[in-house]
Unconditional design. Structure first.
Length: 118
């Protein structure tokens, strides 16, 4: 199993940037496909971005394409989400998730809150 801990959330003004981190422990980090998800108040959790094991293949939701960048450092067992040009609608709890099977993420962190003020 893998344990995941997110950090880096906070309050930022619209147009600002944040970088989220997800530190993994337990089983070898490079064994996992990784994803960032978010859940806004009153909305369902949605996939924001995902990365394959090496980081060589990534996917972004249309809503964040060109705005967010997912990356990973397998040597540091850490996943990142660089978020630029933040908008009030990006406000949500952001979660990282891990899985060994494509598009399946059975392991989740506790989430980190991102708030964007207008």
């Amino acid at each position: 199993q893998v344990q995941l801990v997110e950090s880096g959330g906070g309050l930022v003004q619209a147009g600002g940037s944040l970088r989220l981190s997800c530190a993994a422990s337990g089983r070898t980090f490079s064994s996992y496909n990784m994803g960032w998800f978010r859940q806004a108040p009153g909305k369902e959790r949605e996939l924001v971005a995902r990365s394959n094991r090496s980081g060589g293949s990534t996917y972004y939701a249309d809503s964040v394409k060109g705005q967010f960048t997912i990356s990973r450092d397998n040597a540091k067992s850490t996943l990142y989400l660089q978020m630029n040009s933040l908008k009030p609608e990006d406000k949500a709890v952001y979660y990282c998730a891990a899985g060994t099977r494509v598009y399946e993420y059975p392991y989740w962190g506790q989430g980190t809150q991102v708030t964007v003020s207008s």
